[in-house]
Design a protein around this ligand. Structure first.
Ligand code: SF4
Ligand code: SF4
Length: 460
């Protein structure tokens, strides 16, 4: 691979073809920490659809029933507005963390990094050897050994990609349903099968070949970092003052960098961090561990490449408290408070009342009648009963429903008619009616307002 340059991508050859990056192995404290975090995150991803909380998987986004079970709490489609707060809150959290600590998300928790470094590259290392051997295998002609090693690697990649896509689908249809579907012909559930197949194919393409291109070319987050970072954000950087001028060990007047290129060889995006912070840097810390190992061997202080701010690397003081971080903190606190308040206000049931389709009112000899329909969704994991009543400022108003109380099974949704009537003589124009839906033996209650309509009194 050509030497990294700021004028071109290290992952693309001069003729535009793909230059495959084979990062060298690295050992060190950050590498250990990242591996531990990867293992935990993969375990969380694999276990969430299995672990039951309150009778449902910890995360079950049941789209077909329009119910979302999140860690014991059930949300229905009427609660969808909360997603706005959730997504903006997570976006602000990411901005906040980036402004303080740079791309820690990319280096430690992004699924792209977690699965690429934690699963696929480890399989590759196991079957094809270290970076030098992998590069040699790349250049070698297609002999029996290369066919065998590459064939096994890709077979395992396909199995892993399909396993990850099956697990992903389980978040939407549940593990028992997934298991049932796997036991019947794909034609019986062809849309789900297609989803699994397409997703598995994309994962395989990404992790087997596309890899760091996703971070460099597709992901918008890397491009946003220039707007989110400032000279006080903690990034991974090279201490130029200490390292330059580069020179071999014992070269008179040389800095601490011995120009061994270890930091370049371990970089999964093929860049040279000594050229400054670049969009391609995903904050993986491999160059820190690599350089620290070199420094230890040379009995020099570690940290030539380290976590520090632009100001810190230039010998100035780093300010954690600054207008940008204060503003992000405030926005985050406001957003988190609104979200917590909104979630705490979500009721154990959801209800609405609308006019029934058909005529707006019905006239009988003695009375005028309006038909409404009340929709109630029981969000509890147990059955519940609800009483429905209509209320008006006019004492002559009467009402009746088809079922009282309305009893619903866990997560059941029902629509029940509500008839409101008033003697013809008492009707003097449209008037408001309040419909109360109350949970029996529970604190939940909802109030919905409708308008009673009738004929123009001048026509009577
Ligand atoms: S420059 Fe260092 S931290 Fe950035 S991607 Fe390369 S090895 Fe990782
Ligand atoms: S690993 Fe350290 S010593 Fe070696 S080239 Fe990189 S910065 Fe210089």
């Amino acid at each position: 691979m050509a030497k990294p340059s700021l004028n071109t991508l290290s992952t693309i050859n001069e003729d535009g073809s793909r230059a495959f990056v084979h990062p060298a192995d690295v050992k060190g404290r950050f590498n250990l920490l990242r591996r531990a975090i990867f293992a935990v995150l993969i375990a969380v991803y694999a276990l969430l659809p299995w672990v039951p909380v309150n009778g449902y998987p910890a995360v079950f986004l049941d789209i077909s029933a329009r119910r979302f079970h999140l860690f014991g709490q059930t949300f229905v489609s009427q609660d969808f507005w909360l997603v706005f707060f959730l997504i903006t809150g997570l976006a602000f959290l990411l901005f906040y963390v980036t402004a303080l600590f740079g791309r820690v998300w990319c280096g430690y928790a992004c699924p792209q990094t977690v699965f690429l470094e934690g699963v696929y590259r480890r399989v590759e290392r196991w079957l094809e050897g270290d970076a030098t051997r992998r590069k040699r295998l790349d250049a070698a002609p297609w002999n029996a050994e290369k066919v065998l090693r590459r064939g096994m690697k890709h077979a395992i990649f396909i199995v892993f990609s399909l396993a990850i896509s099956h697990l992903f689908i389980a978040y939407f249809i549940s593990i028992p349903e997934l298991y049932r579907m796997m036991g019947v012909s794909p034609l019986e559930n062809w849309t789900t099968f297609l989803w699994v197949f397409v997703l598995g194919g994309l994962l395989y393409f990404n992790f087997a070949w596309f890899r760091e291109q996703l971070c460099i070319i597709i992901c918008p987050y890397g491009r946003l970092q220039s707007a989110l970072l400032d000279d006080d954000s903690i990034i991974i950087g090279y201490d130029e003052t200490r390292g330059e001028p580069r020179g071999k060990v014992n070269t008179a007047g040389a800095g601490d960098c011995v120009d061994c290129d270890r930091c370049v060889n371990v970089c999964p995006t093929g860049i040279d961090i000594r050229q400054g912070l670049q969009m391609e840097c995903i904050g993986c810390t491999a160059c820190i561990d690599a350089c620290d190992t070199v420094m230890k061997k040379l009995n020099r202080p570690t940290g030539l490449i380290r976590y520090d701010s632009g100001n810190g690397l230039a010998g100035r003081k780093t300010r954690l408290l600054r207008p940008r971080t204060v503003l992000y903190t405030l926005l985050l606190l406001v957003g988190a408070s609104i979200f917590t308040f909104a979630v705490s206000r979500t009721s154990s049931f959801s209800a609405n009342a609308i006019r029934m389709s058909g005529a707006p009112y019905y006239q009988q000899e003695e009375s005028i009648r309006n038909h409404f329909q009340v929709r109630v969704i029981n969000k509890r994991n147990e059955s519940a009963s609800f009483s429905i009543r209509a209320e008006s400022a006019l004492p002559e108003v009467e009402w009746n429903t088809a079922e009282q109380p309305l009893t619903l099974e866990p997560h059941q949704e029902r629509v029940t008619p509500l008839f409101v009537h008033i003697p013809r003589s008492a009707f003097e124009g449209p008037f408001p009616v309040t419909i109360h839906i109350e949970e029996e033996n529970g604190p939940g209650q909802a109030v919905r307002r409708v308008t009673f309509l009738g004929p123009d009194i001048r026509d009577r």
